[in-house]
Ligand binder design. Structure first.
Ligand code: HEM
Ligand SMILES: *[C@@H]1O[C@H](CO)[C@@H](O)[C@H](O)[C@H]1NC(C)=O
Ligand SMILES: *[C@@H]1O[C@H](CO)[C@@H](O)[C@H](O)[C@H]1NC(C)=O
Ligand SMILES: *[C@@H]1O[C@H](CO)[C@@H](O)[C@H](O)[C@H]1NC(C)=O
Length: 268
């Protein structure tokens, strides 16, 4: 009796292990194992960042989006997107940690803290003063989705134009909008990020299909033919692309840097 139960239990564990494994991973185009995409559950939390959400949806970060450390973020951006864990990523991840009231971990929704990293004139989120600065918004995303008409890719020209249009909208319509050297710098970096993660970190060309899935579904578009870039994205490649993007955007700050947001409820 004991023996039978024991055998059944072992068999059940083995079967569930196999099942979990096949659900969690699948074979990538070059034989590597990729994490499977799963929609977040009701109790899972997500961020205003499409990349961190994508990494959580694929299990490169905890799928519940909670208790995330800086080293976990660094490993996830490298494994998922081939972003180097250099000074740029370390700095962004440490900034992100400030959004949390816990000293060593963050929950993804902490990152909506306005004017820490989160800023106005986003590509896919509403401005803080207008409502929901956390979730993807298709109306806001229309500007990017309609950019570079006639071809099937986005590039630094179109991405710069989108930055300009999004800022113009915010300057015209958002009360108490922030457009500072800091927010502008972050916006340039983020546009470099989507071109690099979904396309090429050197040329800044990214297929529309991949970028749109990344924003709308927060999914790595393996099934559509995307592969993690073989060229690593680094402080240098991002610095170069974001410099081009800021030039192409013609955006300029309309105010000095806002008060420093250093944590929940802490502004100096
Ligand atoms: C692979 C690395 C990353 C990529 C490709 C990436 C990409 C992006 C993109 C494209 C946006 C703009 C979204 C929009 O304007 O609608 C964004 C926003 C954001 N990201 Fe990331 N990100 C990365 C890493 C990180 C890290 C490490 C953090 C912090 C821990 C972070 C925090 C944020 C936040 C708070 C926003 C919201 C900014 C806003 O739109 O107001 N990201 N990210
Ligand atoms: C999306 O943003 C637009 C423009 O700000 C707004 O009118 C709309 O209510 C937002 N949609 C959602 C679902 O929040
Ligand atoms: C981006 O694509 C558009 C449309 O093909 C093209 O006119 C523009 O020159 C491209 N920009 C760059 C930097 O190649
Ligand atoms: C205006 O924006 C600043 C910076 O985000 C914020 O600290 C302040 O509370 C806002 N003031 C009003 C009246 O909304």
């Amino acid at each position: 009796m004991h023996t039978i139960n024991f055998t059944l239990i072992v068999a059940a564990i083995a079967a569930s292990g196999t099942l979990a494994h096949t659900q969690d991973y699948f074979q990538g185009p070059s034989g590597e194992h990729w994490h499977q995409w799963r929609a977040p559950r009701a109790t899972d939390v997500r961020s205003p960042c499409p990349a961190l959400n994508t990494l959580a949806n694929h299990g490169y970060l905890p799928r519940n989006g909670k208790h995330i450390t800086v080293p976990m973020i660094l490993k996830a951006v490298t494994d998922g997107f081939n972003f180097k864990a250099d000074a740029l990523m370390v700095t962004i991840a440490k900034f992100g940690l400030l959004a949390s009231s816990d000293p060593t971990t963050l929950n993804l929704d902490d990152l909506k803290l306005h004017n820490l990293i989160e800023h106005d004139a986003s590509l896919s989120r509403q401005d803080f003063a207008l409502g929901d600065n956390l979730h993807f918004n298709e109306t806001i995303f229309t500007t990017l989705a309609n950019s570079n008409p006639g071809v099937n890719y986005y590039n630094t020209t179109s991405a710069g134009q989108v930055m300009h249009a999004r800022l113009a909208d915010s300057l015209a319509n958002t009360p108490n909008v922030t457009n500072s050297p800091k927010s502008l710098g972050i916006r340039g970096t983020e546009s470099a990020f989507y071109l690099s993660a979904m396309g090429d970190p050197i040329t800044g060309v990214a297929p529309k299909k991949f970028v749109n899935i990344f924003f709308r579904e927060e999914r790595l578009p393996f099934a559509e033919g995307w592969e993690r870039s073989k060229t690593q994205t680094t402080l240098e490649t991002v610095g170069r692309l974001s410099g081009i993007l800021l030039q192409e955007s013609n955006d300029v700050p309309t105010q000095p840097c806002e008060p420093h947001v250093l944590g929940p409820g802490i502004t100096l």
